[in-house]
Design a protein around this ligand. Structure first.
Ligand SMILES: *Cc1c(COP(=O)(O)O)cnc(C)c1O
Length: 404
């Protein structure tokens, strides 16, 4: 019970059961194979792991605390709740774990420049931060609508020395930014590394991002064993692309008594276009079916004739039509459960955590708390829950002030 058993997916083809894989144009096959080989070598290299651990500790602020939320526990009257405090990391969220890992991988591969896409700007800021620390050039693609909405993050990236390129095509948001970033990568693949921000995309990205985020669950597992002398009954995390949640879940996958709950964006309604719930279909959210998006086979929100659907969420980090393939597999296996919380429930949950624990969480993380608030009264007082606070709410003040 003291060491986490190893779970071996994806397979050699990058598959998690039926999901995952590599659905890309011919021009990307060689770069992805190069990345796969470089990552396999880095993974086994003690000096790479040592450098990674040093940066996580001295630059990012790991390990993050596992905090017993005594007032929230009492307030909800249900299970004993612990918070994994990823909000305390440098740049304010878990994303820096992955940016540090892939930044080091880029350097190891001899690349001088990293390319990233960003929606709300959180991944762009984390990547620009790491690029500055490692002495890499950094280009971030961002839809012009998103740039307008997230002016402060655009300024942060520029201050950190990154070039921010506005994308004026399509819906002028994240998926258009991803297309432009891919185009840049194909053109400049010898000098440039594509630093993907969630557990998504073609193999080996879902595996790489999960591996750089699994430190969350490894720490939490040791911390709960230290504090309670036993494993938790339930893990709860929000799911956008799926990186903070798989990061928490991964070390517990073989512990069949530990339940895992991923919480998606229920938005403002159950019809297609009003939400970003890809796996919470049992709650009546419309439009998710298996399909290919951005290089991977997974659950995708789409119209009946296969067009990628629009999505809505109050939190930009959860507002995406596809989910990481490992979550699709965990859902199909019945190993993890997925639910959705609405915009309003998330905002109310943010307010509850602020008042009960003195922590203003990111609106993404607030979705996970909202679902826990719904379930806590039905759980036993001697049960243990770990809730991942994936980020802090500073970035969401303007939205919160409109609601509260
Ligand atoms: C980006 C983001 C998310 C969603 O991304 P995942 O890959 O699903 O973790 C969640 N929380 C915060 C704070 C974020 O910035």
């Amino acid at each position: 019970m003291t060491s986490a058993p190893v779970h071996v997916l994806p397979d050699a083809k990058g598959r998690f059961g039926a999901f995952g894989g590599r659905y890309v144009p011919e021009t990307l096959v060689a770069p992805l194979e190069e990345l796969e080989a470089a990552y396999a070598a880095a993974r086994e290299d003690g000096s790479f792991q040592a450098e990674l651990n040093t940066l996580l500790r001295t630059f990012a602020g790991r390990p993050t605390p596992l905090q017993y939320a005594s007032r929230l526990t009492e307030f909800l009257g249900g299970p004993k709740i612990y918070l994994k405090r990823e909000d305390l990391l440098h740049t304010g969220a878990h994303k820096i774990n992955n940016s540090i890992g892939q930044g080091l991988l880029a350097k190891r591969m001899g690349k001088k420049r990293v390319i990233a896409e960003t929606g709300a700007g959180q991944h762009g800021v984390a990547t620009a931060t790491v690029a500055a620390r490692l002495g890499l050039e950094c280009t971030v693609y961002m839809g012009t609508d998103d740039m307008e909405r997230q002016r402060l993050n655009v300024f942060r990236m520029k201050l950190l020395g990154a070039e921010v390129i506005g994308v004026n095509s399509g819906s002028r948001t994240l998926k258009d930014a991803i297309n432009e970033a891919m185009r840049d990568w194909v053109t400049n693949v010898n000098s440039s590394y594509y630093l993907l921000g969630s557990a998504l995309g073609a193999h080996p990205y879902p595996q790489i991002v999960r591996d750089f985020q699994k430190v969350i669950g490894e720490e939490a597992r040791a911390q709960i064993l230290e504090a309670e002398r036993r494993l938790p009954d339930l893990l709860v995390a929000c799911v956008g692309g799926g990186s903070n949640s798989i990061g928490l879940f991964y070390a517990f996958i073989a512990d069949s008594n530990v339940k895992m709950l991923g919480v998606e964006a229920g938005g403002r309604g159950k019809s297609l276009g009003e939400h970003a719930a890809r796996l919470a279909a049992t709650q009546g959210f419309d439009g998710a079916r298996p399909g290919v998006l951005q290089g991977t086979y997974t659950y995708v929100l789409q119209t009946t004739d296969g067009q990628i659907a629009g999505t809505h969420s109050v939190s930009a980090g959860l507002d995406y039509p596809a989910i990481g393939p490992e979550h699709a597999w965990l859902a199909d296996q019945g190993r993890a459960e997925y639910a959705a919380a609405t915009d309003e429930e998330a905002v109310a949950a943010a307010k509850t955590l602020a008042r009960q624990e003195g922590i203003i969480p990111a609106l993404e993380s607030s979705h996970a708390l909202a679902e826990l608030i719904r379930r806590a009264p039905g759980m036993k007082k001697d049960q243990l829950v770990i809730l991942n606070i994936s980020g802090r709410g500073d970035k969401d003040m303007e939205i919160l002030s409109r609601y509260v």
